[in-house]
Ligand binder design. Structure first.
Ligand code: TRP
Length: 417
């Protein structure tokens, strides 16, 4: 109880504190918001500091233990290894699961490019696992409107990219009877319930508050200023009457990268005023660019990422050429002083993609001691990513337009509410 009171106080503070971001930048702190991730440290973002700044809670061993006890599933490697490292009220979701009360999963993606990169898979791989563990409905929001507003992109093109990205998401193996994927451009126009939630949220948040949370300025277009209400709306079950039959008390759990938290701090702040439950959250760290952990991988920079469409050869070349190395300056130096896994990008990628804990630990030890050379470490990663991408390309080919249409059709899922 006490913890909750503190948390909602924090949310309120942040909602009203317009100067927070400026202060953070001036103090040379990491910059993390939905549009910018930047740090001056080679080790990447200081996530412990971020948890304090955002007022979320670190995922600790006690929560992992409870997760395992309640669900009967050992935590996913992305949880065990701290890729998903922060949360808000996941305990409440576990309470509901224990009490056999319903909830749903909500996640999303901003379709800024036709081809997704391997980092984009992470939240969806994890979400799919959560859905398998909990057996609950999932809604996936494709914010084509957001990308239109923020990027130099035609509306029609953003809508097209949303559908292309939906195919990549479907290719991960989501169950059509449990999953609704929607484009904002398409769904909002057809759903009075969704639109009503949007305007209800809009009425609760002032311009001053969104300026504080998102750093909007007087010269940002008004589309941007109201957009947060669109990303907030899917948190509420009433936005999907076809799935939840109009029930307003079904909470959601949102897996997302931590840069999306500002949207959901705002959502959690307005929820009680609308008579809705607050969304619970589970946050991931960022997937680093090949060039190093100072920034996140970006789809607009071809050499900063491994794309799902890359060929085996491209993957090999990019990793060998661009993956920032924590190894020694020469073989002798490396043998003598060892490599630094904390800044080595190939190693970091392995923590995302290599499932075998023991093998990963062996690699860490051998690299740190200098026994394993950078080239060999990179080779491990190349083999894994070549398989990830080739398998993905095969499965994506099987996602027809008809399958896509069915996932994106507003409909009841297999659950009764
Ligand atoms: N804004 C997110 C992006 O640009 C997309 C998104 C919408 C999202 N709703 C979400 C991400 C919910 C995580 C959870 O990628």
């Amino acid at each position: 109880m006490a913890e909750n009171a503190t948390e909602s106080k924090m949310e309120e503070m942040q909602l009203n504190d317009g100067a927070a971001k400026e202060a953070a930048t001036a103090a040379e702190e990491d910059i993390v918001d939905p549009w910018t991730v930047a740090t001056s440290s080679e080790k990447g973002i200081d996530y412990d500091k971020l948890i304090k700044r955002f007022g979320s809670t670190k995922i600790d061993q006690a929560l992992l233990d409870r997760f395992e006890k309640v669900t009967g599933h050992a935590p996913h490697h992305l949880l065990r290894r701290g890729v998903f490292f922060s949360q808000r009220e996941v305990n409440k979701i576990l309470d509901r699961y224990e009490a056999k009360k319903p909830f749903f999963l909500y996640t999303g993606r901003g379709p800024s490019s036709g081809s997704m990169h391997t980092g984009h898979l992470i939240p969806f791989v994890f979400t799919k696992w959560l859905q398998e563990v909990f057996d609950v409905p999932l809604v996936v929001q494709l914010t084509d409107d957001e990308k239109f507003l923020w990027k130099d992109l035609k509306a029609e093109e953003a809508f097209r990219l949303a559908k292309e990205n939906a195919k990549d998401i479907i290719a991960l193996g989501f169950d059509v009877e449990k999953t609704f994927i929607f484009s904002d451009m398409e769904y909002i126009g057809s759903s009075p319930a969704f639109y009503m939630n949007m305007i209800k949220i809009q009425k609760c948040v002032t311009y001053n508050q969104v300026k504080g949370i998102f750093g909007f300025t007087d010269s940002d277009c008004i589309g941007k200023i109201s957009f947060p209400s669109i990303q907030a709306a899917p948190s509420f079950s009433t936005s999907f009457p076809q799935i939840f039959g109009g029930k307003k008390d079904i909470p959601c759990l949102i897996p997302c990268a931590i840069d999306q938290d500002p949207y959901f701090r705002m959502t959690r702040d307005v929820a009680p005023r609308l008579g809705y439950p607050k969304p619970a959250l589970i946050h991931s760290t960022f997937f680093p660019a090949l060039q190093g952990a100072k920034t996140k991988m970006s789809a607009s920079e071809p050499n900063s990422s491994i794309f799902l469409t890359d060929t085996a050869k491209q993957i090999k070349t990019k990793i060998n050429k661009y993956a920032f190395s924590g190894g020694g300056t020469s073989v002798e130096d490396h043998r003598e002083r060892g490599g630094n896994c904390e800044i080595d990008i190939a190693y970091q990628y392995l923590t995302f993609f290599m499932e075998d804990d023991e093998r990963l630990e062996q690699i860490r030890k051998d690299y740190t001691s200098g026994q394993l050379l950078t080239g060999d470490l990179k080779k491990e990663l190349i083999v894994i990513l070549q398989k990830v991408c080739a398998d993905h390309q095969d499965r994506r080919k099987q996602v027809t337009d008809d399958i896509l249409k069915e996932f994106m059709r507003p409909r009841k899922l297999k659950y009764d509410f």
